[in-house]
Write a protein of this length. Structure first.
Length: 203
């Protein structure tokens, strides 16, 4: 499989994904073939350049060229990692069942447009939730609404701030996302025609 990672931020999930692929060595079921960001200065692009992996800045109003970019690099799977732009519908359709996203809360709660970054964790704390954690899901036409693949519980502490909770959720993402991506690119994980997810082992 040839994986593209789309990121707008520091790229810590991108780093975790690449570290996982390197650790798997010959047993890896994907090559990291492309990194795309809508932010010229994104840490994700810096990391990719350090690995001599194609790193492309795609300004947010040029989403139309995303499909051409993915074809040029023969991309078969996409992982969104803090990518803040909506994916053009033709790309969502073409990558149905082959594009994942990670959200820093337990969807369907605390999701949807505008719910990203520290404001997610602030909402979790304001709601008095006792558990949060990352959600990995397939990408659909609507923000944060695709079929859920995996989640991991992160207890909320009485002393938590959005930053401290966010840091623990991010650490959980760094384990859950590479694991989920490997399930997908190795062929274990599939999205059925009924919209149900198959092939994820129980934790
Ligand atoms: C993470 O919090 C992730 O849950 C969200 O965007 C952030 C990406 O952070 N989708 P990074 O750029 O991977 O460090």
């Amino acid at each position: 499989a040839r994986l593209a990672v789309l990121a707008s931020g520091s790229g810590s999930n991108l780093q975790a994904i690449r570290d996982d692929l390197v650790a798997r060595g010959a047993a890896a079921s994907a090559d990291l073939a492309l990194v795309v960001s809508d932010r010229r200065a994104a840490g994700a692009l810096e990391r990719a350049r350090g690995w001599t992996i194609p790193a492309v800045h795609l300004p947010k109003d040029e989403g139309a060229t995303l499909d051409r970019l993915l074809r040029e690099h023969a991309i078969t799977h996409i992982a969104l990692a803090g990518y803040l732009q909506l994916i053009p519908p033709d790309v969502v359709r073409r990558f149905h069942g082959r594009m994942l996203n990670v959200h820093p809360a337990l969807l369907p709660a605390f999701g949807g447009p505008g719910m990203y970054g520290a404001r997610v964790h602030a909402a979790v704390l304001a709601a008095g939730a006792r558990v949060s954690g990352p959600t990995v899901h397939f990408v659909s036409e609507h923000y944060d609404e695709g079929a859920i693949v995996a989640q991991w519980p992160v207890p909320v502490r009485s002393t938590d701030t959005p930053e401290s909770l966010g840091a623990r959720v991010l650490a959980a993402e760094h384990k859950l996302y590479p694991w989920s991506i490997h399930l997908l690119t190795s062929g274990s994980l599939t999205l059925g025609p009924d919209g149900r997810v198959h092939g994820v082992p129980d934790i």
